[in-house]
Ligand binder design. Structure first.
Ligand code: ADQ
Length: 460
């Protein structure tokens, strides 16, 4: 069996994979099965150019990490990755930086990372590159004469052509993507957006799961990422989850809870969500004291200005909403900037009548899937889900909303609060089989199989 090499922005640690959740566990499992290598950024910044590669063995998995220089951290990580690609691919042209220096450094860092990996590679390795930090990684490997099978999975959306072409040298980035053998997207929509760009902007050819341009034909496929559904169902019944569930229910004193769990990011639609909750309280006074909303949002990317702004905005909004509506024995909105363990989260989801997942744009959104998996099948809660999350293409029995339409979201939450137990059960029952059939292990195996079939075809 060929060895698997995973390349991603952050690496391991293997022992903590369970804490990090489904994706890390699924990757570690595949790496362990073949004595694989996991390669990426160490999370450290150093300007020392010698010995930047660190190798450690963790069970059967080799971890190899490289530090970023200060310039790399500023212009590649905080710059092109998080100030250009992240907002642009999430349709936030207003927040996108078009600084050309960022692009140059992005190319250089991708080349340096590729250079660091080449001496570690074996001839039959399958190389699986993850996400927007490494769009140009495969092209750099090819430049260094790597002929292994290389796949790339984009965890975030691929934007519409008119949005993407606002990026100077958009064609160079797509040319780089043609160095991969398999390109994976979260949804058919993302895949079609990519194919649309190839045919209309580049004059390339696209058919079924293929695209041809720059003299290469590549596989272009949809691999919707899942959660470790069985494990998450189990987690929701674990003692830790039951504890969390019980103390939450005691605290709620018979009130219904609405829960939101997101990284604090402007793509997640949090200000609009707070506004929708405020609108709910304004329009439906009958639910005062009967419902409370808990938003869990650990801070992320604190060095990017837009993340500081959104934090301030949310602190202002939560103060305003509680100031307007709270009573001495009722706090309508609780806003927590902290993390919970997977088991605690499962308990929180299960204790909540509504999962409110309203990103303005999201590649998939795993929280939506976790919320459904954690429910008690006999008395499940209702998922209210943004149509702009990739998950909406699978979780069709959720209440699907437009997150920009504050009134529409408020009304959907009101309907969810009044939904009969039978309807809640029916909706839950239609979503669970899909979550079980398309879990994170299937996602991983399907992607690796797609890379292997390329390898077999080339050997034939
Ligand atoms: P993210 O943008 O990080 O992922 P998401 O898919 O929702 O978004 O995953 C977040 C994960 O972090 C979930 O597993 C969630 O449980 C966990 N999490 C969030 N807040 C937490 C908290 N307070 N405590 C503990 N855990 C918390 C990117 C893309 C998504 C895509 C994923 C996977 O932006 O669209 O679904 O990658 O491909």
């Amino acid at each position: 069996m060929s060895r698997l090499v995973v390349v991603s922005n952050r690496v391991g640690p293997v022992k903590d994979a369970a804490r990090a959740g489904g994706l890390a566990v699924a990757l570690v499992e595949a790496l362990t099965a073949c004595g694989g290598l996991w390669y990426g950024w160490s999370g450290e910044i150093s300007n020392d150019s010698d010995g930047r590669l660190r190798m450690t063995q963790d069970g059967d998995v080799t971890l190899a990490t490289v530090d970023l220089s200060e310039q790399g951290y500023d212009q590649y990580y905080n710059g092109f990755a998080n100030r250009t690609l992240w907002p642009l691919f999430h349709y936030r042209l207003d927040l996108t930086s078009y600084d050309r220096r960022y692009y140059e450094t992005y190319q250089q860092v991708n080349a340096q990372f590729a250079e660091g990996l080449v001496p570690l590679l074996q001839p039959n390795d399958l190389i699986w590159v993850h996400d927007y930090h490494f769009l140009a990684f495969g092209e750099e490997l090819r430049r260094m004469k790597c002929d292994q099978s290389i796949g790339f999975f984009l965890h975030i959306p691929f934007p519409a052509r008119e949005v993407f072409i606002t990026l100077p040298r958009h064609d160079k980035l797509v040319e780089a993507l043609f160095a991969y053998d398999v390109l994976g997207f979260q949804t058919d929509r993302d895949r079609r957006m990519f194919q649309d760009y190839v045919s209309r902007e580049l004059g390339g050819e696209v058919w079924e799961n293929k695209a041809r341009a720059f003299g290469r034909t590549i596989e272009v496929r949809t691999f919707p990422i899942g959660i470790d559904t069985r494990h998450f169902v189990g987690a929701s019944e674990s003692p830790e989850a039951v504890n969390q569930y019980t103390s939450m229910r005691e605290m709620l004193k018979g009130r219904h809870q609405i829960i939101g769990v997101d990284r604090l990011d402007y793509t997640k639609g949090l200000p609009e969500r707070f506004e929708a909750f405020e609108r709910l309280l304004e329009d439906y006074t009958d639910i005062h004291r009967k419902v409370s909303f808990m938003q869990v949002a650990p801070v992320s990317r604190t060095e990017v200005e837009e993340y500081v702004d959104i934090r301030q905005k949310l602190e202002g909004a939560s103060g305003r909403i509680n100031g307007r509506f709270a009573e001495f024995d009722w706090t309508p909105l609780r806003y927590l900037n902290r993390s919970f363990s997977r088991h605690q989260l499962a308990g929180l989801y299960r204790a909540s009548r509504i999962g409110l997942v309203t990103p303005l744009r999201d590649g998939m959104n795993l929280v939506a899937k976790e919320y459904v998996a954690a429910q008690d099948p006999e008395d499940p809660g209702v998922l209210v889900l943004s149509r702009f999350a990739g998950a909406a293409s699978q979780l069709r029995s959720a209440l699907i909303v437009n997150p920009y339409d504050v009134k529409g979201v408020a009304d959907a939450v009101y309907d969810a609060l009044h939904m009969t137990q039978q309807e809640r059960r029916d909706r839950h029952q239609t979503m669970m089989p899909d979550l079980l059939a398309h879990d994170v292990n299937i996602w991983r195996d399907n992607f690796i199989d797609a890379m292997r079939s390329i390898e077999r075809r080339e050997a034939a």
